[in-house]
Design a protein around this ligand. Structure first.
Ligand code: ADP
Ligand code: MG
Length: 761
């Protein structure tokens, strides 16, 4: 992967070799430091115009005239070297005629440190930077390739430990991603400037050096020293890394063939050199022409090997070396023209970023591990939440069961009250109607499993003795009898009798058990006694007063009803007699009218005796009827009122029984103790049962309790609902019992003195 940067042109510099015979009249360096003007006298031999001057001007990136090696490196090489350390491919290339100073520029004078060239300075800079950049690790390799007459030569092949080149020799190969490499070229790892310089000098030693008229040391070959750099970040443990190639190219001389007077082998070399330089130029021109898709890199080994180091994504710097003597002016012009063409080539440097597959796999594995751990944590959390939910569900279930239990208990308790209320209500409704005698029966229709009256009368209980004691006693007695083998009753097997049954049966068959036992503290039985039995006990003991009033009211009611029946009969009889008398009178008059009017001496019509008798009888009957009818209406009202009082008494009796029953048998021991002592009840202890015994002024506390319950748990709602119903029932009973009692008879007949109707308040 390459990261593209803003494009720029290939940078081109001119460097002139110092000479005592510098052609000042032909070559001018303008003050801007970038422009060279060249004047050329027309060749008189070609016979056009003698001594005529032609001028050319070349504007480049800089003119390096009388400039030190250090400055040359600074202006030409440093930027490319630093770019290579960042991951950009870079190329520094020297071009020019033989002897113009290409090798001097690239390698420098090997014997003088001060005059060392771009290559040793670049190597020094690379290792200096490697030492400085502690946040990265670098690996540096060197390769040194020579291209001589289209042949690739590894200048470092003789270095110890270098692998031998295969039978196919070295080949330029193109890599995936557009790069090129020379297969068979040795790559030498270097860890220091010194190691690198050793390799450089070793390679220089092996260059093919051709003797030449202009410069005995001038090479006839192209040399490419490549510094391969790979860097990885130490801080980011990333699988990504960057690579770069820094090509330092010393091209063969570009001089024309005729100039050197070469022959034979040298001529052949010159032909190859010129050909490769021509193709180099063509390749560079093709790169410069954006409309061209194909760049002829493969035409020569040089261009092919430099494919990824010329323009494109690479930082490329060209140094055009010129020999500033008048005799070399044509070569100088040629070099400058090449330089100005190179200047047109566009570059778009880019970092060569790669991903290390091994590291990538490691990184992904690490990531997977982290994700697994994360997933594990998630699962653990989910499991925890599920556990919490399960606990809640079970808790809810337990609460519901408890609630059901409480409800069932409440239902068992309140059926009595509800039925009693409905009975009372229906009776009251009936009593308001005209048929006052209808529906009123014994007064025992409480809708509970009350023992039959025949059973009740045989066991009158003495005051102060509770049913619970008896139950317990009888139960123990039953057990005792079972142990002793005594039969508790005729034909009843002992084994099948439970304590309650035993109690019930024992009362019928064992008169001893009904004997008074004297006052004792009530003991709580394991299970509460049946309500029917408890109710009988209650009526005989704690509720005896109310029960007595109820009975008296019932007697009055019965007496009034009897009177109502008498009056009804009397009224009806009177009515019938009126009807018959009227009929007889009418018949008598019809008969007499047919015989003629009976008149007195004065001529006034008179009644005969029989007729008179009938008229008088009729009048008497009507009076009687009227009187009886009035009394009937009054008695009806009295019956209705008495019925109302009886209902009140019954409700009160039942309510008080419920309170007593709950306190005695259902409330926990400690609550009963508190109720007896009058201590305040701790909220939430037993709110429902307590409600039965609450007084009016305790309602506030009760309401507070309700909110506390609701705040504690939402499931308290159903609990509270039950509680609330109890309060409502209680209030209803209370309202009924507090209704004002009127002792005067409605409709004010007032003639019959009613027996005293007792209020139950
Ligand atoms: P080329 O490699 O282009 O054939 P060289 O680099 O071999 O030319 O240079 C030829 C001679 O000129 C060498 O002896 C070199 O020392 C000398 N020379 C070239 N350029 C300079 C320079 N800028 N300063 C001093 N000496 C130079
Ligand atoms: Mg040279």
């Amino acid at each position: 992967m390459m990261i593209a940067h803003v494009g720029s042109e290939v940078r081109v510099f001119i460097r002139s070799r110092p000479t005592a015979n510098f052609a000042q009249e032909l070559i001018q360096y303008l003050p801007d430091g970038q422009t060279v003007s060249v004047h050329q006298r027309k060749d008189s031999r070609k016979g056009v115009v003698n001594n005529q001057l032609s001028s050319w001007s070349f504007r480049l990136d800089g003119v390096l005239h009388d400039v030190s090696q250090e400055e040359v490196y600074g202006r030409v090489g440093r930027g490319v070297v630093l770019g290579a350390l960042e991951g950009y491919n870079g190329t520094v290339m020297c071009f020019g005629q033989t002897g113009a100073g290409k090798t001097y520029t690239m390698t420098g004078a090997t014997e003088s440190y001060k005059q060392r060239g771009i290559i040793p300075r670049a190597l020094q800079e690379v290792f200096h930077e490697v030492e400085q950049r502690l946040d990265h690790t670098f690996s540096v390799h060197l390769s040194f390739l020579e291209i001589y007459n289209e042949t690739l030569v590894d200048l470092l092949a003789s270095v110890r430990g270098c692998p031998r080149v295969g039978p196919g020799g070295m080949v330029v190969v193109e890599e995936a991603g557009g790069g090129v490499s020379v297969r068979g070229l040795s790559l030498h790892p270097v860890h220091s400037e010194e190691e690198a310089l050793n390799l450089l000098f070793e390679g220089e030693m092996h260059r093919i050096i051709g003797a030449h008229a202009l410069n005995k040391n001038s090479s006839r070959s192209h040399c490419i020293l490549t510094v391969h750099i790979e860097s990885r970040s130490r801080t980011l443990s990333d699988a990504k890394y960057v690579t770069s190639k820094l090509n330092l190219v010393d091209l063969a001389g570009s001089e024309r063939l005729g100039k050197t007077g070469s022959e034979g082998q040298v001529l052949k070399e010159a032909m190859y050199i010129n050909k490769s330089l021509l193709f180099l130029e063509q390749a560079i021109l093709a790169l410069a022409d954006r409309r061209r898709d194909h760049v002829p890199f493969r035409q020569t080994k040089l261009t092919h090997a430099l494919k990824d180091s010329l323009g494109g994504n690479c930082n490329t710097v060209l140094v055009a070396n010129i020999y500033g003597e008048a005799s070399q002016i044509e070569e100088t012009l040629s070099t400058l023209r090449f330089a100005s063409r190179m200047k047109c080539v566009q570059m778009a440097p880019a970092v060569n970023e790669h991903t290390d597959p091994v590291l990538q796999v490691r990184k992904l594995e690490k990531e997977i591990q982290l994700l697994k751990q994360e997933l594990c944590i998630h699962n653990t959390l989910i499991v925890s939440i599920r556990q919490i939910q399960e606990v809640f569900a079970q808790f809810k279930q337990a609460m519901q069961q408890q609630e059901q239990k409480v409800k069932a208990q409440l239902c068992q308790n309140y059926t009595l009250v509800e039925k009693a209320q409905s009975t009372a209500a229906s009776t009251a409704a009936k009593s308001r109607g005209s048929q006052g005698t209808v529906g009123m029966v014994e007064g025992h229709g409480f809708g509970v499993g009350v023992a039959a009256p025949s059973e009740r009368h045989i066991r009158p209980l003495s005051p102060g003795r509770t049913k619970s004691i008896k139950t317990k006693e009888l139960a123990s007695q039953g057990r005792k009898e079972a142990v002793e083998g005594r039969s508790p009753g005729p034909g009843k097997p002992v084994e099948s009798v439970n304590p309650v049954q035993r109690d019930r049966e024992g009362r019928e068959h064992d008169p001893q058990s009904q004997e008074p036992q004297g006052p004792q503290e009530p003991l709580r039985p394991d299970s509460p006694p049946p309500k029917a039995e408890a109710f009988e006990d209650f009526k005989a003991e704690r509720g005896s007063e109310i029960n007595r009033i109820l009975k008296e009211n019932k007697l009055v009611l019965l007496e009034r009803r009897a009177r109502l029946r008498e009056l009804t009969e009397g009224v009806n009889t009177a009515k019938r007699e009126i009807d018959s008398t009227s009929t007889a009178l009418r018949q008598w008059r019809d008969k007499r009218q047919s015989q003629g009017q009976f008149v007195s001496a004065e001529g006034v019509p008179v009644l005969d005796e029989a007729e008179l008798s009938l008229v008088l009888r009729l009048r008497e009957l009507k009076t009687q009827y009227r009187q009886q009818y009035e009394e009937l209406c009054g008695t009806k009202a009295e019956v209705s009122y008495c019925q109302h009082l009886v209902d009140q008494c019954r409700t009160r009796l039942l309510t008080e029984f419920e309170s007593w029953y709950n306190e005695s048998f259902l409330l926990p021991e400690e609550v009963q103790a508190m109720l007896r002592s009058g201590a305040p009840i701790r909220p939430g202890l037993v709110p429902v049962y307590k409600a039965l015994a609450l007084e009016e002024d305790e309602q506030e506390h009760f309401e507070r309790l309700r909110y506390e319950l609701l705040a504690d748990s939402p499931s308290a709602i159903s609990f509270y609902n039950a509680q609330n119903r109890t309060v409502q029932r209680r209030n209803y009973s209370k309202a009924m019992s507090q209704a004002p009692v009127q002792k005067t008879t409605p409709r004010g007949s007032g003639r019959t003195k009613l027996p005293a109707i007792l209020s139950v308040i």
